[in-house]
Design a protein around this ligand. Structure first.
Ligand code: ADE
Length: 244
């Protein structure tokens, strides 16, 4: 899986994705991440990529041409490096915007099946609509709030999608048991010592009875989801009425 991030702040993106699990996965070659500077495709001598909006209004807009040239550069390289994978398929181009479909675990799983993903980070007041119409396949938001740019949302998506790529997590089972893996939040977990600040680990976890432990964990997941995310709980119970 290869991520291609179109951004005005490549250093910010690369430094955040060079550590921890995603950094290690990159080093091992399990995932590829490149940040391409849209400013390198500016067509004026000042490297300017923004301009005033037609019709007036506050703020500047990223212009269509540098964004398009940057996109073309990435697509050409993808096609040249992997002609067999990309011959018929259109590479998905995700524009990070508060106006998009809200990102969730289901979308992370869907995106993890792609060979290449292009993530387009906007800035200022946004990007000229015409280039968005021409290249974007998916508008994606990371939540109902407004950030200063698409970089943090892009990093979030690389993290959530990247960790689903086989070999990236050390424990290959975890994507199933963790929160959202089965539509529920994860159960509480405990490590040593057995008693900490007068709080004891639930006795059942020390029993060695795996069937009982599994049952307890499942009940905790249900309870926790009901308390913390009643919206998810309702959806789960509709699909699994036997667990009510
Ligand atoms: N850019 C600014 N705010 C955003 C959001 N909530 N999601 C995705 N991209 C954004």
């Amino acid at each position: 899986m290869r991520f291609h991030i179109m951004t005005l702040f490549p250093d910010m993106v690369i430094s955040a994705l060079s550590d921890s699990m995603i950094g290690r996965a990159r080093e091992k070659g399990l995932i590829g991440i490149e940040a391409v500077n849209i400013r390198d495709f500016a067509f004026n001598k000042h490297n300017k990529v923004d301009d005033y909006t037609y019709g007036g209004g506050a703020g500047m807009l990223m212009q269509a041409e540098p964004v398009y040239l940057c996109y073309e550069d990435i697509i050409k390289r993808i096609r040249a490096m992997h002609p067999e994978e990309t011959a018929e398929k259109k590479t998905r181009v995700i524009y990070l915007t508060p106006q998009g479909r809200v990102f969730d675990q289901k979308m992370a799983v869907e995106l993890a099946a792609e060979e290449d993903l292009i993530l387009l980070c906007g800035h200022y007041e946004g990007i000229d609509e015409r280039v968005l119409e021409e290249i974007v396949t998916d508008n994606v938001s990371v939540g109902d709030y407004v950030l200063t740019g698409g970089e943090i949302p892009a990093m979030l998506i690389v993290d959530a999608v990247g960790r689903l790529i086989p070999g990236v997590l050390s424990n290959s089972e975890s994507p199933q048991t963790e929160s959202f893996g089965n539509g529920l939040l994860e159960y509480p977990q405990y490590s040593r010592p057995e008693v900490w600040h007068d709080r004891a680990v639930p006795q059942i976890l020390l029993s060695g009875d795996h069937a009982k432990v599994d049952r307890w964990r499942f009940e905790q997941s249900l309870q926790r989801t009901n308390q913390r995310r009643p919206d998810l709980y309702e959806k789960y119970i509709k699909e699994h009425p036997e667990n009510k």
